[in-house]
Design a protein around this ligand. Structure first.
Ligand SMILES: [Fe+2]
Ligand SMILES: [Fe+2]
Length: 250
């Protein structure tokens, strides 16, 4: 096998590792699929605000990950970060799109975000666990090159799974006629981010004579797979909360 196809094979193996892991079929995904469960606006509002809490941390971690990359690899992350912050126009930042859906739910259903939002234990746990893989501790993992590989693995697992998340998120908002909201352009955007992150790990895998680079990437991937288990527990918890006042009750 030539070097190029070996790199492609290794990157494909990483992608399979992510998608075949039990976290990629966590019960939260099924819970969100159209027709499985009828969510209340309160539950979806709580979910969005939990999603926002984790995404706000992730954007910062992505920025930090870019600073850890060797010069030629920085570009694989910058495009992703630029997208998040609105491609030079903060009015188009992704967070604003999410908060726009929050405002619609508040307006249409007379809800208040302060009243509906509970940061779930799972999302809280995720926010404690995941930074260690985006910015690994050099005293635990060795040199600068090792740190960059672990962080690249973490970015890749996040982006590949984000695409799966947006596919089901979009379905859950369909009954509220919000599936065509701009935020759900993420189904396309996350597929681009996933490709860019796979290009990032291919950059590292191109020089991997003894398989040690693969192992480091796998470490970052594995860390995010575990952290995302907490995350999806948290999302499931967010969409399982009982509304404060059920329809038909006084
Ligand atoms: Fe985004
Ligand atoms: Fe992304």
């Amino acid at each position: 096998m030539d070097a190029l196809s070996k790199t492609e094979t290794m990157a494909a193996r990483i992608k399979r590792l992510i998608l075949d892991h039990p976290v990629a079929s966590h019960p939260w995904f099924d819970h969100m699929r159209t027709g499985q469960v009828e969510h209340t606006p309160e539950q979806l509002l709580n979910l969005l605000l939990n999603y926002d809490a984790h995404a706000t941390l992730l954007r910062r971690l992505l920025l930090e990950s870019a600073t850890l990359m060797p010069e030629p690899a920085v570009g694989f992350i910058l495009e992703n970060v630029r997208n998040e912050y609105g491609n030079g126009d903060y009015a188009r930042a992704h967070r604003g799109q999410l908060l726009d859906i929050v405002s619609i739910l508040e307006r249409e259903f007379g809800l208040k975000r302060e009243q509906e939002f509970r940061l779930t234990d799972g999302v809280r746990a995720y926010m404690e666990e995941v930074p260690g893989f985006y910015k690994p501790d050099p005293s635990l993992h060795g040199d600068f090159a090792a740190i960059a590989c672990i962080s690249a693995g973490a970015v890749t697992a996040t982006e590949v799974l984000a695409l799966e998340e947006f596919k089901v998120l979009q379905q859950a908002f369909r009954p509220f006629e919000l599936a065509d909201h701009l935020w759900f352009d993420h189904v396309k955007i996350e597929s681009e981010h996933a490709e860019e992150s796979l290009d990032l790990i291919k950059y590292f895998l191109a020089e991997d004579p003894d398989g040690s680079t693969f192992n480091l990437i796998e470490l970052g991937v594995g860390g995010v797979l575990l952290s995302n288990t907490s995350l999806y527990e948290g999302f499931l918890e967010a969409v399982s909360v009982k509304p404060l006042c059920l329809k038909g009750e006084s």
